[in-house]
Design a protein around this ligand. Structure first.
Ligand code: FAD
Ligand code: NAD
Length: 469
């Protein structure tokens, strides 16, 4: 087959990694083509970060309305709140549409072309693209960027779409539901399972979470996850730990735990046991790239083991987060343009959008200790934060925690759990990336009244003289 088109940079995948690489490469004057078989924006904009946070927000609003109707703690009368999930889903789809349309506009503004179609790799400089209409074109390039993202992991006994009335769902189908399931079983108490499990519990589902490890969110320390576990209990969510799911039956989900085998009632079963890199099914094996486990191995410039073949985003490793993919997208475009760009962050902040939220950047106290770093830790309770009280969270169980080297007070980690702490991720990332010491944070005037004041207080606590606790 002869080549139909040549471009300097060819990007396979238009998710947060691929589209950002496309924008930056275009800004740098590189002739660039982005190929995606689905809508621009990838998992994050279409079926991940954005739709999940929209549904979580709608569920929070509904839960607040129910709380006001029950006891009017703020003196606001609300009568008989109802939720229409079809309308929530339509509202969420509107947000997704605005954002994916915005990505198309940004790529066009940067002068980058977009081709809708599935790419299959022929060699390190050639890709075939099959369009939705069956048309086929061969594109050659000087630089190939693989940004194909990830897919949800399926469990052998619970394939997606199986069971009575397509009972077994991935997050994609769960985010498209138009009716609230009466009984929802969630397999996997990690990021997605708890974010969506909490949202559906607030929307009215009776939710059971089945987690294989000994506690939910096992990657976070107990102090951070305990307030989330308490809130799940308050919402009536049943959490089964040390338990594995086996198969779906007409009655629900068969699980095996410390007390033996039982069937959990479930008209829908949401399986969220992790995601795996999308490296198969499009000819990537032809390149014989060096792998790091199931991920594509890359260096600090996001370069693979093959000359002028690059890889970014979920396909390259953990943490599989949109902001990591986006930063790699910038780096790779600048590296191709000959700039001295490297992907070498001190910390990648992570947020779990549960109730309450968890945010973490850098090392927690146990991780610091495991690395042999002698640390001091400051912890400030959000129950002592005035802004939390005015936000209707008088009994906040959360806290902000600062982890710093004992000898020179360099901050190596910042964590928080609490209502509205997600926005602290910006300050956490900035402090660690800029090499802040406890004194830098403590001496910075934090505006009052804000939840962010708790960051300065936690630095003061590490120095031994918190002011408000
Ligand atoms: P993707 O976004 O997966 O994009 C890959 C793109 O490549 C897709 O559009 C796909 O169609 C395309 N593609 C694949 N193969 C081909 C091919 N052969 N030809 C053409 N196109 C191809 N992360 C966060 O940071 N914060 C969050 O709050 C968050 N929430 C999430 C919630 C859910 C429910 C899920 C599922 C994920 C969430 N994530 C979140 C993770 C985030 O979505 C991913 O880390 C991010 O999308 C990865 O970006 P990417 O560019 O690597 O890949
Ligand atoms: P996860 O890795 O966060 O959680 C999976 C959970 O499933 C783990 O707790 C694991 O112990 C459990 N598990 C594994 N096998 C099991 C089994 N057979 N039975 C019961 N439990 C089992 O994975 P996820 O929730 O699917 O999310 C995938 C990725 O998407 C995340 O790791 C994250 O990178 C990304 N994500 C991020 C956000 C965010 O940034 N807020 C939100 C959603 C997703």
């Amino acid at each position: 087959m002869s080549v139909d088109r040549h471009t300097h940079v060819l990007i396979v995948g238009g998710g947060p990694g691929g589209y950002v690489a496309g924008i930056r490469a275009g800004q740098l004057g590189l002739e660039t083509v982005v190929v995606d078989g689905q809508a621009l924006g990838g998992t994050c904009l279409n079926v991940g970060c954005i739709p999940s946070k929209a549904v979580i927000h709608a569920a929070d609003e509904y839960a607040t309305a129910l709380e006001q109707a029950a006891s009017a703690p703020l003196g606001i009368s609300v009568r008989d709140p109802q939720v229409d999930l079809a309308k929530v889903t339509a509202w969420k789809d509107g947000i997704v549409g605005r954002l994916t349309g915005g990505v198309a506009g940004l790529l066009a503004k940067a002068g980058t072309s977009v081709i809708e179609g599935w790419a299959s790799v022929v060699d390190g400089k050639t890709v075939d693209v099959i369009g939705a209409d069956g048309s086929r074109q061969r594109i050659s390039c000087d630089h190939l960027i693989i940004a194909t993202g990830s897919d949800p992991v399926e469990l052998p006994g619970l394939p997606f779409g199986s069971g009575h009335e397509d009972r077994v769902l991935s997050s994609t189908e769960a985010l498209a539901l138009t009716e609230v399931p009466e009984h929802l079983a969630v397999v996997g108490g990690g990021y997605i399972g708890l974010e969506l499990g909490t949202a559906f519990a607030k929307l009215g589902s009776s939710v059971t979470v089945v987690e294989a490890e000994g506690r939910i969110l096992p990657q976070y320390d107990h102090g951070l996850t305990a307030p989330v576990a308490s809130r799940l209990a308050e919402l009536g969510v049943e959490v089964l730990v040390d338990t594995r799911a086996n198969e779906a039956t007409d009655d629900g989900l068969v699980v095996e735990g410390p007390d033996g085998t039982r069937t959990v009632a479930a008209d829908k079963i949401l399986v969220t046991v992790g995601r795996r890199p999308r490296v198969a099914g499009f000819g990537l094996a032809h390149l014989g790239l060096t792998m790091a486990g199931s991920f594509i191995a890359i260096d600090e410039r996001c370069h693979t083991s093959m000359r002028n073949v690059w890889a970014i985003g979920d396909v390259t490793g953990e943490p599989m987060l949109a902001h990591r993919a986006m930063k790699q997208g910038e780096v790779v475009a600048e590296a191709i343009a000959g700039q001295p760009a490297v992907f070498d962050p001190v910390a990648i902040p992570a947020i779990v959008f549960t109730d309450p939220e968890i945010v973490s950047a850098g090392l927690d106290p146990d991780q610091a200790m495991a690395k042999g770093v002698d640390v001091i830790v400051g912890r400030f309770p959000l129950s002592a934060n005035s802004r939390s009280m005015t936000l209707g969270q008088p009994g906040q169980r959360g806290f902000v925690r600062t982890v710093a080297r004992a000898d020179d007070h360099l901050i190596v980690g910042l964590q928080a759990v609490g209502h509205g702490v997600a926005e602290l991720s910006t300050a956490f990332g900035l402090a660690i990336e800029m090499g802040a010491r406890l004194e830098d944070v403590a001496d910075t005037i934090h505006a009052h009244p804000t939840v962010g004041e708790s960051l300065a207080e936690s630095a003061l606590a590490a120095l031994g003289h918190a002011l408000h606790s």
